[in-house]
Design a protein around this ligand. Structure first.
Ligand code: GDP
Ligand code: MN
Length: 383
């Protein structure tokens, strides 16, 4: 689960990391009052869960509270699009933050490196908006310190990396404390990412976390009630709706909508779709023992994605009964006026009953997952 910048900042501050003062709002008049309290010298920052807001026009620097308020008015309700997020996200809130007088911009992050199979500390003297380019063109400008979970981060390792990264020596002691503090937070809060970019050195020699991105491991959320997954934390409107309905749904960018029971079966379905050269539009697991009503809700959810051209339903009934799934699908077709073709492969518990229920509807039956994927791919071609 990704946290918004303002949430990340509050969390960092609770671990003694210096962050600029700021307040969140969606009201331009309130933005004016907040900006005025900072003497008009503020940064207005769109609170959307995507990178590259600066380049997308989601960040504005001001010397005047009225201008900051006008910028807020223009930003609220606007869709921001960046290379990292071509679909874009609508701005609902902005953070009005006191402007930091930046002398230098560094990059500092802790993240789970799956190749190293370790957490790593990442440092660069070249922070700011082009870190992705630098990572590709000058990888040597980025220092990585793999962390042995037995010992944690050693003070000397951090100092060594800061020196090798060519970071201004004036900032070293402050950055060592910062790295130690974020590592504590990383472990205690079960983070998979803490990224501070830029981590600024101010004109008067102070280190400040100007931008922060924090991701919490979803599998650890049960022990962090303080981060209860909210609709607000979803990255996509359909994902937000899925959170509301309690459905396990991940949006992908293909044209075949997928509904299956069990994550393994859904993954297998995705693989079979990939073999046909087509792409799945989503990953949806109805869960065990789904009743007709839930299946109907799942179909409705997938169809909210206007990119879906064909729906593929793949059920292997165990606790889940095929006839319940079939009833849910038929209910969805009737109530929602589904227009796109549906391919269904239903095996296992009550599969015969399921087929009988579906035979009345306009559904292409398939005997195997592969056959279902091939039919779905052909139907995509035909549209
Ligand atoms: P991002 O584009 O989503 O990563 O948003 P950031 O918060 O990193 O802001 C983008 C850029 O705006 C930063 O790299 C800074 O150069 C600039 N910026 C952001 N906040 C401040 C600030 O308080 N003072 C100054 N001088 N520049 C800022
Ligand atoms: Mn940034």
């Amino acid at each position: 689960m990704k946290l918004h910048e303002y949430q990340s900042r509050a969390l960092l501050a609770s671990y003694s990391v210096p962050v600029p003062k700021g307040e969140v709002t969606s009201d331009p008049e309130e933005a004016f009052r907040i900006a005025e309290a900072f003497g008009g010298k503020v940064v207005v920052k769109a609170q959307v869960l995507m990178g590259g807001r600066g380049k997308a026009g989601g960040i504005g620097l001001f010397e005047d509270a009225r201008k900051a308020s006008e910028f807020t008015a223009g930003l609220i309700g606007k869709r921001l699009v960046s290379p990292q997020n071509p679909i874009g996200m609508i701005v609902e809130k902005v953070l009005i933050s006191e402007k930091v007088e930046i002398a230098e911009e560094y990059y500092i992050a802790l993240l789970l490196d799956r190749t190293e199979q370790k957490d790593v500390l990442v440092l660069s003297a070249r922070g700011g908006m082009d870190i992705e380019d630098i990572a590709v063109k000058e990888p040597e400008a980025i220092m990585k310190v793999p962390i042995d979970p037995k010992w944690g981060l050693w003070n000397y390792e951090i100092r060594h990396a800061l020196k090798k990264a060519g970071i201004n020596i004036k900032a070293h002691s402050q950055l060592v404390s910062l790295a130690e503090n974020i590592y504590k937070m990383y472990r205690e809060k079960d983070c998979t990412l803490i990224e501070i970019n830029p981590c600024a050195l101010t004109q008067d020699g102070k280190v400040v976390a100007v931008d922060a991105k924090v991701t919490i491991d979803d599998s650890a959320l049960f022990r962090h009630p303080e981060f209860s997954r909210s609709e607000e934390s979803a990255e996509d409107p359909i994902e937000a709706e899925a959170v509301r309905r309690g459905i396990a749904y991940v949006k992908l960018d293909g044209e075949i909508g997928v509904i299956g029971n069990g994550a393994g079966l859904v993954m297998l379905t995705l693989d079979e779709i990939a073999k046909t050269g087509k792409k799945a539009a989503n990953f949806l697991d109805v869960g065990g023992g789904a009743q007709a009503e839930r299946v109907r809700d799942c179909v409705e959810l997938v169809l909210m994605d206007k990119g879906v051209k064909v729906l593929l339903i793949n059920i292997f009934g165990g606790i889940t009964r095929g006839d319940e799934v079939a009833k849910g699908v038929v209910q969805a077709i009737k109530e929602l006026g589904v227009e796109i073709p549906i391919v269904a492969r239903i095996e296992g518990t009550n599969a015969e009953e399921a087929r009988a229920i579906l035979s009345g509807a306009k559904i292409t039956p398939a005997r195997s997952v592969r056959e279902a994927a091939e039919y779905a791919a052909k139907l995509v071609e035909a549209r």
